[in-house]
Design a binder for this molecule. Structure first.
Ligand SMILES: [Fe+2]
Length: 493
């Protein structure tokens, strides 16, 4: 392994930090690495060509009062596979907020668990305003560049997908910013996105072309401020949502932002033609969905698969500590997240819904060639009870209803697992699954590669990273063929 330290961030976190999401598997990194020709156990498939990118939260300063893991600064990790070898890089996203706090040597903005009025700066980002845009939630690759984003709307930061150098911000982003979970349609090269705010019309939807220019932007008016986290799309439609879990308007008026689940209100799906302005709403049973797996058209129906929450607002464990209360919203088994299907009938306006699995899973990924198309498999995560830590991978077969699970060893946690289709594959699961681990037993991290058709056989290659990484949130796969200069090596680091 050829390793070099290329950067270090200033950290003012205490040596004896005891925050549960800044220690253990969530211990942040401050070091930026370049590592080539990584040590491999097993064999990297010769036809695995491309990059796995993962976004993680890496706080470097104590919060003003109370840290939540979604506040941490975005650090992107890339593991690239080429000619049977692997390389690794990790870099902080150079957001405006990260730069300002590095200079100040302390937190300047209040986080999700704090009131905006605590911010030392009057400016900021986010639907509720006066937050730091940490760009630490999501990562996609569009038009040859990696785009990192923030869950509560911010700038879309553009990064070189190989070096992870921050290039700048997407110039087309509207003034509300852009939410995490932009959607890339690999068939058209378009990027679909949404933005939300606490001012009318509360939600907007847009399309960016493969040329990285804004192609369409329209309002999706809502009855009030909402907290959408994801959207879905089919070949011809975008599907936005209005779920009955949102900030209490009475508290917003007092400068507090606390979400409440309204069991008396329906869930609503807003269907918009991809380049249209007319929104058609469909009502379903009340729930909240953090992430959708996929959607597609089936005759008169739009089929949407996502992770239904049986209990979007878990009971407050009164008498427990502040962390237990705060982090109940991170526990899949408390929220009862299960794969679920909604069928929206475009002729009758009716909605049919059904549970697809009894198991608590979330963070489902699919073969990226099938976004918006009929598909069969979702690769999702299981969680260590009570913790935002992934302890296994489940392959849901939506044709047969069967499931396979690979359990990570106790003390080893995975990341969102991306599917890398094999070039020239005809079967949907002909390809590889890629994930990063945080191994608390061996104090190391690895990149695991599985045969997607044989998940339960375990990894076919394990690639060792130079340092144990923090756990985090979203990830993606980009084929080398989608990256400028990959084939002729001109952008190869
Ligand atoms: Fe997310």
């Amino acid at each position: 392994m050829d390793v070099e330290i290329v950067g270090r961030a200033l950290s003012t976190l205490p040596e004896d930090d005891d925050h549960p999401y800044r220690t253990g598997p969530w211990r942040p990194q401050t070091t930026e690495w370049r590592a080539d020709d990584l040590e491999v156990t097993g064999e990297i498939p010769a036809d695995l060509e491309g990059v796995y990118l993962r976004n993680t939260e890496n706080p470097v300063h104590p919060a003003i009062s109370l840290y939540h893991p979604f506040d941490g600064d975005g650090m992107i990790h890339v593991v690239g596979f080429r000619d049977g070898k692997a390389f690794y890089r990790n870099r902080f996203v150079r957001t405006d907020g990260f730069a300002a706090e590095q200079e100040a040597g302390k937190a300047l903005w209040a986080g999700i668990a704090e009131r905006p009025a605590l911010s030392l700066r009057a400016d900021g980002w986010g639907a509720r305003t006066r937050m730091k845009d940490a760009s630490s939630t999501d990562i996609v690759v569009h038009a040859g560049q990696a785009l990192s984003s923030f869950w509560q709307c911010g700038d879309l930061y553009r990064l070189d997908p190989l070096t992870l150098e921050t290039i700048g911000k997407s110039p087309w982003a509207p003034d509300w910013g852009v939410s995490a979970h932009t959607k890339v349609d690999d068939r058209t090269g378009e990027l679909l996105f949404f933005s939300y705010a606490t001012e009318a019309p509360y939600l907007r939807y847009g399309v960016v072309g493969p040329d990285n220019r804004l192609k369409h932007l329209t309002d999706v008016p809502l009855p009030g401020p909402r907290l959408p986290h994801d959207m879905a799309f089919t070949e011809n439609y975008a599907i936005l949502n209005d779920f009955p879990l949102f900030w209490d308007p009475a508290l917003i008026a007092r400068g507090k932002y606390a979400s409440r689940f309204h069991r008396d209100l329906p869930s609503r799906f807003g269907v918009v033609p991809r380049y249209g302005t007319e929104v058609r709403w469909f009502e379903a049973d009340p729930t909240y969905v953090l992430h959708f797996a996929n959607a597609y058209e089936d005759g008169d129906e739009i089929v949407i698969d996502g992770f239904h929450q049986g209990c979007p607002e878990p009971a407050d464990p009164r008498g427990e500590g502040v962390y237990q209360r705060m982090f109940r919203f991170l526990a899949l088994e408390r929220m009862e997240t299960r794969l679920h299907r909604w069928r929206l009938n475009l002729v009758t306006g009716q909605v049919k819904e059904e549970r697809l699995s009894e198991r608590f899973t979330e963070f489902g990924m699919i073969n990226p060639n099938l976004g918006g198309q009929p598909y069969r498999y979702t690769y999702a995560a299981t969680q260590r009870p009570g913790w935002f830590l992934f302890d296994g991978i489940v392959k849901h077969d939506l044709h047969t209803g069967s499931e396979e699970r690979y359990a990570l060893p106790e003390g080893v946690y995975g990341s969102e697992t991306a599917m890398a289709p094999r070039p020239g594959a005809t079967a949907e699961d002909d390809g590889y699954l890629v994930t990063l681990t945080t191994d608390m037993n061996a104090d190391r991290s690895e990149c695991l590669v599985f045969d997607a058709g044989r998940l339960t056989d375990g990894p076919i290659a394990r690639v060792r990273l130079p340092e144990r990484i923090s756990s985090g949130t979203h990830a993606t796969w980009a084929a080398g063929s989608a990256l400028p200069g990959w084939h002729d090596g001109t952008s190869m680091l």
